[in-house]
Design a binder for this molecule. Structure first.
Ligand code: NAD
Ligand code: LMR
Length: 337
């Protein structure tokens, strides 16, 4: 029996993501937590005749920790899209002051109530919120780096879609699975079009078009923020992306299929390939890379891809690493001091 908890379930991402999880055949219990509106979302979802049961958990006050505890107890997988989204003109880092505290509080709840759960962090800035969760779990003595996932899947989803849009007559987005590595904001997002089945089509583009494609993936979030004109950021595509990663983790739990996904992870030496990866990214403790999933979460980091990148991708990685260092440090400092 799989229990999934969504924290921030009444939000723009939380609602469609909860709907998708509600439909997942492996999920038997869907636990919805939010600080507002969650009973209505739960009542609505509970009428769906899929085989999972829905429960809702709304704290009665700021001090009430029982709602979070009941939401989390027994959870196998926790997905966190709680926190504020961007408005036009803001960077993801501008969300840090509000979201860092929200994510830290939720991580404390996980440490207490379901320390062995797989934890997927959607809340921005991912480059800092994932280190915050790692440090919070470490402080509580329950951190397992194999079970913590920063969700960067939307960058892969965009990378697949955007290259296909350049070749609408000969390709479909689903034929691609572009590796997007680094982090999840602006220039820390590094799509590797020169590797895999996108290489030939990417090489056909002139330099200007290649740059424009990379830029579109790196700043794809801005397109949605601007189009929504103050009403938030990507929610539906994010719900799809979050569900895609959650589904892969659930599949890896229940089958012997080899499943590889990119995720922003802690490059802890207990994970196969992580020490090698860390050396190649100038000692950073967190980085998004393809990982092999298994019954215990991240089985192996596919670091070899870092040796396959083109010269221009190497330059992009240099910029990404420089920015990531600061983002990671900011998260670690927040959680530890
Ligand atoms: P939203 O404002 O629509 O929803 C956020 C929800 O979180 C709200 O329902 C709010 O009540 C809830 N919340 C606030 N504090 C909480 C707490 N302490 N505990 C539980 N719930 C709490 O925002 P959204 O559009 O759903 O975006 C959520 C976050 O996801 C933002 O930080 C956004 O930047 C981020 N995001 C990340 C990605 C990604 O690729 N990783 C993509 C899109 C958005
Ligand atoms: C995205 O990439 O769409 C999200 O990180 C939300 C944002 O702020 O752009």
């Amino acid at each position: 029996m799989v229990k999934v908890a969504v924290l921030g379930a009444a939000g723009g991402i939380g609602q469609p993501l909860s709907l998708l999880v509600k439909l997942h055949p492996a999920v038997k219990q869907l636990s919805l937590f939010d600080v507002v509106n969650v009973p209505g979302v739960g009542a609505d979802l509970s009428h769906i005749c899929s085989d999972s049961q829905t429960t809702t958990h709304l704290p009665s006050s700021r001090e009430d920790k029982t709602a979070l505890a009941s939401a989390l107890k027994g959870s196998d997988l926790v997905i966190i899209p709680a926190g504020v989204p961007r408005k036009p003109g803001m960077t993801r880092d501008d969300l840090f002051n509000i979201n860092a505290g929200i994510v830290k509080g939720l991580a404390e709840g996980i440490a207490e109530n379901c320390p062995k759960a797989f934890v997927l962090i959607i809340s921005n800035p991912v480059n800092s919120t994932v280190p915050i969760v790692a440090e919070t779990l470490k402080k509580a003595g329950v951190f397992d780096p194999k079970r913590l996932f920063g969700v960067t899947t939307l960058d892969i989803v965009r990378a697949n879609t955007f290259i296909s849009q350049l070749y609408p007559d000969s390709t479909t987005p689903s034929q691609f699975n572009i590796n997007v590595i680094g982090g999840h904001s602006g220039e820390t997002i590094v799509p590797l079009y020169s590797i895999g089945n996108s290489k030939k089509l990417y090489d056909e583009l002139d330099e200007e078009k290649q740059k424009a494609l990379i830029h579109r993936v790196q700043f794809g979030g801005d397109e949605v923020v601007q189009a929504k004109s103050g009403a938030g950021s990507a929610t539906l595509s994010m719900a799809y992306a979050g569900y895609k990663l959650a589904d892969s983790i659930l599949k890896a739990l229940t089958s012997s299929e080899s499943i590889v996904e990119c995720t922003f992870l802690n490059l802890d030496s207990s994970i196969k390939g992580a020490a090698e990866a860390k050396k190649l990214v100038k000692g950073l403790d967190f980085f998004s890379l393809p990982v092999l999933l298994g019954k215990n979460g991240i089985e192996e980091v596919k670091y070899e891809i870092l040796n396959e990148v083109s010269d221009s991708e190497k330059k992009l990685l240099g910029v990404a690493i420089e920015q990531l260092e600061k983002n990671i440090e900011k998260g670690v400092e927040f959680a530890t001091k």
